[in-house]
Design a binder for this molecule. Structure first.
Ligand code: 13P
Ligand code: SF4
Length: 304
């Protein structure tokens, strides 16, 4: 079977089995092509809460599929590859959050959406990279305990200087592979290019950016810009998607090492297998769903 034939078979099965396919932007081009929705974490959460289909396949990593299940517990939710986890999500559990709460009484616990369902049960408000500054501004408390990504936290703090923040030392190992030295080298090689970066990068990298935003934010900025060259400081799938979308522009990866191997586990054959009934279904108990949903509902409410 060719890739095109496999994609057509997936589209046919999707209709037949009443599936909606949500695809995170870090997936490969051929997987994004069979999606009902492609987006960043915030956009996918919004879509997940609204789609009419009874079954949802999340092509991404486990916390994303869990988020879908929390928002739509009555639906059957599947993860595209059983081993696709997120090392950042594994950095914090519910017990650690309970201990941090005791250390910082009076603080609102704001967790990045890149956390497990279990951790979300102890969170007051979830945020995503695209929604974090706005949500933190809207929270009616000036004391924010921001977990687990201190790099995203530092970027939010810069935009909401009126609030007081506490952080832990968490972060995305994929984005932390990029350094200020990489930026210097890329700018020397491509002096006309704008530098677009994800806020999961280290603050010394983010400080050098022309634009900081989520995966969707970076893609929208590059597509709209009248500039022709861009250095991309996020997972390298975004370079690939942008080059397909804008063949008359030039996109350069900040580092060839910025590859999330968890995101890259999913292939079209995995998608096909899920639709054939061989996928990894997400099960969460009712208590976890009820408690974790509060922080996601707050995210959607404060995020607009
Ligand atoms: P966004 O798509 O929300 O920017 O998140 C990036 C990411 O690292 C997802 O795991
Ligand atoms: Fe997790 Fe980073 Fe991969 Fe996103 S890019 S899934 S935060 S490891």
């Amino acid at each position: 079977m060719t890739i095109r034939q496999l994609q057509d078979e997936i589209r046919r099965l999707k209709e037949e089995k009443d599936f909606c396919i949500l695809v995170h932007a870090y997936q490969s081009e051929e997987v994004t092509e069979i999606a009902d929705f492609v987006g960043d974490s915030f956009g996918l959460s919004q879509s997940a809460a609204q789609v009419p289909q009874k079954n949802i396949l999340m092509c991404g990593v486990r916390f994303m599929a869990e988020t879908v299940k929390i928002l739509s517990p009555e639906k059957r939710v599947f993860l595209s590859h059983k081993d696709a986890g997120c090392p950042m999500a594994d950095q914090i559990d519910a017990e650690t959050i309970r201990q941090l709460r005791q250390m910082y009484p009076g603080y609102t616990v704001v967790t990045y959406i890149n956390t497990t369902a279990e951790a979300k049960t102890e969170s007051d408000v979830c945020v995503t990279s695209s929604s974090a500054p706005q949500i933190v501004k809207n929270i009616p408390n000036d004391k924010i305990l921001f977990l687990p990504d201190c790099n995203l936290g530092a970027w939010v703090k810069e935009q909401v200087p009126e609030k007081e923040f506490q952080f832990m030392r968490g972060g995305c190992p994929t984005h932390l592979r990029m350094s200020a030295a990489d930026v210097k080298a890329a700018k020397e090689a491509h002096p006309e290019a704008l530098f677009l970066v994800h806020p999961e990068c280290h603050p010394s990298v983010v400080a050098l950016a022309d634009y900081v935003g989520s995966t969707t934010g970076i893609m929208a900025y590059a597509k709209k810009s009248d500039k022709r060259e861009f250095i991309i400081g996020t997972e390298n799938s975004i370079v690939e998607h942008l080059q397909y979308a804008c063949p008359d522009k030039r996109f350069y990866a900040l580092s060839k090492d910025c590859v999330c191997h968890n995101m890259k586990l999913t292939t079209l054959m995995d998608v096909y297998a899920c639709l054939k009934g061989e996928g990894e279904e997400i099960f969460l108990d009712g208590e976890t769903v009820r408690k974790a949903k509060r922080s996601l509902d707050n995210m959607l409410a404060y995020g607009g």
